[in-house]
Design a protein around this ligand. Structure first.
Ligand code: B12
Ligand SMILES: C[S@@+](CC[C@H](N)C(=O)[O-])C[C@H]1O[C@@H](n2cnc3c(N)ncnc32)[C@H](O)[C@@H]1O
Ligand code: SF4
Length: 720
């Protein structure tokens, strides 16, 4: 084989901020387009994907070089450009003849500057497919890069900038990497990826570097998007797709078609879709079409300060935004609604930011995302930063440090408030307490969080400063509410109990009405007792249940765990289960469980504010079932249905163990519900429900553990 016919070995590399959404899509397009235009035989293109983390640049460079590429291409965004700079230097140091090509939004605004900073060979700026294919053609033929539109390149000691390339008119001309199977999801550790429906945006917000140019939107053919979804739906249940669409709801007729296709092509509802949108476009019909579990709508509010909205070139009515949130909450209760804000926008002030945060929290959305503003290259803020009086970090990720109206001290103060709000909102029972103690429409949630935070610090000996040593670091990205941090960080049970006790005192002081107070006290007690659940699981009785059957024969079958999404890992650490049904009280839990549980059948069931049984996905043939502190939280209207369904899925003789503190209630918030039923009454009802559902109780319910004043009950049954 002559050297000329050897394919060019190309390695394309994506470095993503986290494992939620992988970044292979742009690289898949580059591969598909290049192979299509140059012929697959001329090239061997591989894609590597990694999450940013504490790995050493030297090790990763060695890993990349071991694949013996002729050319490596990196996708550059503000979150990874710093690392890519170091990687490129290391790669060139080890193998000077390797070609290094950069592309992506971070390097597109000023490609020559990047070539001065990083020892790469070229930068593809703007839309990459056609430019990259032409560049590879030149590499194969060993020709220089003069005249390749959309390219900045190094010619010996000179850095040259070729003219820009016009955008690809028909996006359908770019072969789909999903339909070609260049990107598949079964084999990746990422929970999801990106699906593109459009390029470009008709708006021109001053902070935004959205791909594809301003004023014009190009669309991918709708039938192709449909086919892509169908292909992906089969690959990984629970896959999350970030829908790259500047604003789906802007054009109502298209929105209706797209939403319909997202449902129709995934009839099993296994996919999750994440949309970025502006809720002010919402109407009732769209809201009704948005009703689907797994639809996440994040509405970009950014600020409510008029001067900041104007400086950002964003014009919409706050009333219509609020109405849009209301429509979604009413007509799409299964969807998740998030609101995004930015901290440090030109024209905003500390007071304005607090007001915006209050306004947003008052909408009682499911999630809130607050990003510190980044001054992104290529944006109006970047160009006008002098006039706007912006001080920002020139190194990516370019966080703003101060503005004319937002001093560094004010930014720090806002961040402190945000940490309190985020921390307290992320402890689900505390959020429920805050939202019930502060009436909607009064805009007092930020002050309430501060008051509650101070009360917790005073009375519970809890220190926010100790808990968040990094909160006053000037460079820090988003704060997410809820972030799920509470359980992931595993604060010790003692600390959780202290915070909950402080929150209970604060709440009881503010609630009027004896019934409400009694219910709140019970609610907090249940939340505190849940902190001790780990100890309960260590009890020999539970282990014995999981490991053997106390001598009695068991039918053949697997082991099923029904637990809280936030608790399941503890159980799996305890013993091997085959399957998991995870209840979530907080929609934020929903994502990770099904994907990360090492169980063959992991299923999420939302418990707040509604439940979907989905028995068709429960699996069957379980000889042992552990209902772990979930029975007393089952929505009463589905309790019998659950227990019946469970029975149908187990062979005769299967064993059921039910552990519960019997303090739980549904709904899980703190409404005024009058006097709760006593534990005895609840146990009696549960026993009757079990019997009615085809389970035979082996003995009367008994307390199997008393700890810190909490009584843990045990119910045991066999399938009749
Ligand atoms: C999906 C997405 C995410 C995903 C990340 C996915 C991933 N792992 O990469 C998630 C949700 C994590 C995310 C988060 C954020 N994102 Co984002 N995100 C996007 C989005 C919507 C789509 C990206 C995409 O795949 N586009 C489709 C591909 C085809 O376009 P592309 O990436 O630009 O690639 C083309 C060219 O750039 C070029 N190219 C790209 N790579 C390469 C490599 C080579 C070798 C070559 C030759 C060419 C080339 O060719 C490609 C094909 O034409 C973009 C907006 C957009 N429409 O692009 C914003 C965008 C990338 N995000 C942005 C921002 C600001 C954020 C957030 C701060 C806030 C937010 N809500 O989005 C956070 C920050 C995260 C963090 N912790 O740091 C900015 C980034 C600007 C910058 N300079 O980097 C963008 C551009 C949007 C904006 N607001 O301006 N985001
Ligand atoms: C790119 S916008 C798209 C939203 C939608 N197109 C709209 O305008 O209604 C998505 C979110 O990214 C975040 N974001 C965008 N640019 C940012 C920047 N420069 N710094 C920090 N966050 C940013 C903001 O929270 C914003 O709401
Ligand atoms: S923020 Fe949204 S609407 Fe504004 S330019 Fe970016 S994508 Fe378009």
């Amino acid at each position: 084989v002559s050297r000329a016919r050897k394919p060019l070995r190309v390695l394309l590399c994506a470095l993503s901020p986290d494992a939620a959404y992988g970044g292979r899509l742009p690289l898949g397009y580059l591969k598909a387009f290049a192979e299509h235009s140059l012929g697959a035989a001329a090239l061997r293109v591989d894609i590597v994907e990694k999450v940013l983390g504490r790995w050493a640049v030297e090790d990763f460079a060695a890993e990349l070089l071991a694949r013996r590429p002729d050319l490596i291409g990196f996708s550059c965004y503000f979150w990874n450009a710093g690392v890519i700079g170091k990687l490129a230097a290391e790669l060139k140091r080890r193998r000077p003849r390797l070609r290094v090509v950069l592309g992506g939004p971070e390097v597109s605004a000023d490609p020559k500057q990047w070539l001065r900073r990083i020892p790469a060979d070229s930068v593809v700026y703007g839309e990459g497919e056609a430019t990259f294919a032409e560049l590879l053609g030149r590499e194969i033929r060993k020709e220089p890069c003069g005249g390749v539109a959309g390219l900045a390149w190094r010619d010996k000691d000179n850095i040259l900038l070729n003219p820009p390339r016009p955008p690809i008119e028909e996006l359908g001309d770019i072969p789909s990497p999903y339909l070609r199977d260049d990107i598949r999801f079964e084999d990746t550790a990422f929970d999801g990826g990106v699906i593109e429906t459009t390029r470009g945006c008709p708006f021109d917000c001053a902070f935004c570097a959205w791909l594809g140019g301003r004023g014009r939107v190009r669309y991918f053919p709708e039938d192709r998007v449909r086919r892509e979804i169908r292909r992906l739906a089969d690959q990984k249940p629970g896959l999350k797709l970030f829908v790259a669409d500047a604003d789906l709801f802007m054009k109502r007729s298209r929105a209706k078609r797209v939403l319909a296709s997202f449902r129709e092509e995934d009839p099993g509802e296994t996919l999750q879709y994440h949309f970025e949108t502006n809720f002010s476009f919402m109407d009732r019909e769209l809201a009704e079409l948005s009703q689907r579990e797994g639809f996440l709508f994040r509405g970009a509010l950014e600020t409510t300060t008029p001067a900041a909205m104007e400086a950002a070139n964003r014009r919409f009515s706050l009333d219509s935004f609020k109405r849009g949130v209301g429509l979604l909450k009413r007509h799409a209760p299964s969807a998740t609604v998030g609101i995004e804000l930015m901290l440090g926008m030109p024209g905003d002030t500390l007071k304005g930011f607090r007001r915006s945060l209050d306004w947003a929290l008052d909408l009682r959305a499911d999630e809130f995302y607050i990003y510190q503003l980044a001054i992104l290259p290529g944006t109006a803020y970047f160009r006008d930063s002098k006039r706007l009086g912006l001080d920002w970090d020139p190194a990516p990720p370019h966080w703003v440090r101060s503005t004319k109206t937002f001093s560094a001290a004010d930014l720090l103060s806002a961040r402190k408030t945000l940490h309190r709000v985020a921390f307290l909102f992320n402890i689900w029972p505390v959020r429920a307490a805050l939202e019930s103690a502060v009436a909607p429409g009064t805009g007092g949630l930020v002050a309430a969080c501060e008051s509650l935070g101070a009360a917790v610090e005073r009375s519970a000996g809890f220190s926010f400063r100790e808990r968040f040593p990094g909160w006053d670091a000037p460079r820090k990205e988003g704060v997410f509410i809820p972030s799920g941090d509470w359980m992931e960080d595993e604060p010790p049970a003692r600390e959780r109990r202290r915070v909950l006790a402080g929150a209970e005192r604060w709440t009881l002081k503010r609630l009027a009405g004896a019934g409400k107070k009694a219910h709140a006290a019970r609610f907090f007690r249940a939340a505190r007792e849940r902190c001790g659940f780990r100890d309960v699981l260590d009890e020999p009785e539970v282990r014995a249940f999981l490991q053997q059957d106390g001598g009695e024969p068991l039918p053949k079958g697997g082991t099923l765990l029904i637990a809280w999404a936030k608790d399941w890992e503890r159980h799996v650490a305890l013993a091997e289960f085959d399957s998991l049904i995870a209840l979530s009280e907080d929609k934020q839990d929903a994502g990770p469980v099904a994907d990360s549980a090492p169980l063959k059948n992991a299923l999420e069931v939302g418990c707040r504010p509604r439940t979907r049984l989905r028995p068709e996905r429960w699996g069957k043939g379980y000889s042992r079932v552990l209902l772990s502190n979930t029975a007393s939280y089952l929505p009463p209207q589905s309790e019998t249905a659950w227990l019946r369904e469970l029975r149908r899925r187990c062979p005769k003789g299967a064993r059921l163990l039910l552990l519960d503190h019997m303090l739980g209630s549904f709904p899980l918030d703190i409404p005024d519900r009058g006097r709760p039923a006593s534990v005895r009454t609840r146990l009696k009802r549960l026993s009757a429900e079990l019997e009615a559902a085809g389970w035979k109780l082996r003995a009367a319910p008994r307390v199997f553990l008393e700890k810190d004043g909490a009584r843990w009950w045990l119910l045991e049954a066999r399938a009749r």
